[in-house]
Write a protein that binds this ligand. Structure first.
Ligand SMILES: [Zn+2]
Length: 407
């Protein structure tokens, strides 16, 4: 559907969008860029005012066939509904993503996700079946049971978060089940920046002896990013999404700058989001990828989340930059980042990291000072002591005093 067609449809039929845009002087035939950007909090507020689904529904309720829920890692979960046509759109896009990652009908893909209300498992399963590949669900299993299943069915692909890929490998070593991973040719990751961070990717590739590829999507917008198999990072489906990279004031950022990815999915009309603020931070590259792929290229994939960025002594800090530094140090393990306030109010960063050699702490500290311009207090920890995340990692603790408590 064209942006104009989408806009016309939702202004005619969607109560949430009509109400939201009614107060604006948009003229007779508004363009997409005339609209204000949309935040998740607006959808959540609408849903709380009009439970259980809210009013961002273009069609009667009986037209909807799938219900998913955002993970709610940051705030209240949001319910999102799809019509049969919208779900078919998800399915075909997910199939395209998997095909770009090299999956075909001969593959058996192990899905290390829960099959709860989150979209990831369901969309992956649909995409695999569209390609004729076999979906092997690993929900509700321990890591050991997952490893045994992967070995028994000789799975050729593994889909999970980058954190979990590393965790699964760690369990394989502990339980002497490394052989069960031998058939894996591809690790297809999502949910965290990890698989686009070179040090994380190469660590996964080394561990599994397999390729590691990244893709991206959100419950609210659909599967928007597929891996660039030749040059890393991701591409956005330009035929299905209008994409913009904006700064905090919602202005386009210059080429080469970081900004928030703002997306309008064109093929999903039942629960439409127009100029949706994804919270994904990307680099606004003006260049095409070296392989010449036409779609917008995100060279470093997702480099962070707007909601995980903190400002420390005037500098923007994404935990993913710290992760990249940790993972590039051989022998480093799990880690935890704590932002805290010194007496006197100065904000500081503490990094606890499992290191085989405690003396590496100084090296890591120096590397972060040089590469990131950050002063980080590195505390070496005995390997195996820090908690192991199972799904999306939560490795950041923010103990800073709020500016108000200092007054
Ligand atoms: Zn490319």
């Amino acid at each position: 559907m064209s942006p104009a067609g989408l806009l016309e449809l939702v202004l005619e039929r969607n109560p949430f969008q009509r109400r939201r845009l009614a107060g604006l002087d948009l003229g007779a035939s508004p363009a997409l860029e005339d609209l204000p950007t949309l935040q998740k909090s607006e959808l959540v507020a609408d849903q709380q005012d009009h439970p259980p689904y809210g009013t961002n529904l273009t069609f009667p309720l009986e037209d909807y066939v799938q219900l998913h829920q955002t993970s709610g890692t940051t705030g209240v979960p949001l319910r999102v509904l799809d019509t049969a046509a919208d779900w078919a759109w998800w399915r075909s896009l997910f199939a395209r993503t998997l095909a770009t990652a090299g999956v075909d009908a001969s593959d058996r893909a192990a899905l290390a996700f829960s099959f709860g209300p989150h979209v990831q498992f369901w969309a992956a399963k649909e995409g695999l079946q569209e390609l004729g590949a076999m979906a092997v669900p690993l929900g509700g299993m321990t890591s050991v049971a997952r490893l045994q299943t992967i070995g028994e069915v000789q799975a050729t692909a593994l889909m999970c978060t980058p954190t979990y890929a590393l965790r699964l490998f760690e369990v394989a070593l502990e339980e002497r089940l490394e052989d069960s991973l031998e058939s894996i040719e591809r690790v297809i990751c999502t949910g965290e920046p990890g698989a686009s961070l070179p040090a994380v990717r190469s660590r996964i590739e080394e561990a599994f002896g397999a390729r590691c590829l990244d893709h991206a999507g959100l419950t609210e917008v659909g599967p928007y990013g597929y891996p660039c198999a030749e040059h890393g990072g991701m591409h956005v489906y330009d035929d299905e999404f209008v994409s913009e990279v904006l700064d905090a004031e919602q202005r386009p950022v210059a080429a080469g700058e970081r900004g928030e990815l703002v997306l309008t999915p064109l093929g999903r009309t039942g629960f439409p989001v127009l100029r949706y603020r994804t919270g994904d931070v990307v680099v606004n590259s003006a260049e095409r990828c070296p392989a010449g792929h036409a779609d917008r290229w995100l060279p470093g994939g997702i480099v962070g989340r707007t909601d995980d960025m903190v400002v420390i002594r005037g500098m923007n800090v994404h935990p993913s930059s710290i992760e990249e530094a940790v993972r590039s140090l051989p022998g480093s393990g799990e880690f935890r980042i704590t932002f805290y306030s010194e007496r006197g109010g100065m904000d500081e960063i503490k990094l606890e990291v499992e290191l085989e050699h405690g003396t590496d702490a100084r090296r890591l500290q120096e590397q972060m000072r040089q590469q990131l311009g950050l002063r980080v207090r590195v505390v070496p920890v005995t390997p195996g002591l820090l908690p192991r995340p199972e799904g999306k990692a939560r490795r950041v603790v923010d103990e800073r005093e709020s500016p108000w408590s200092r007054v």
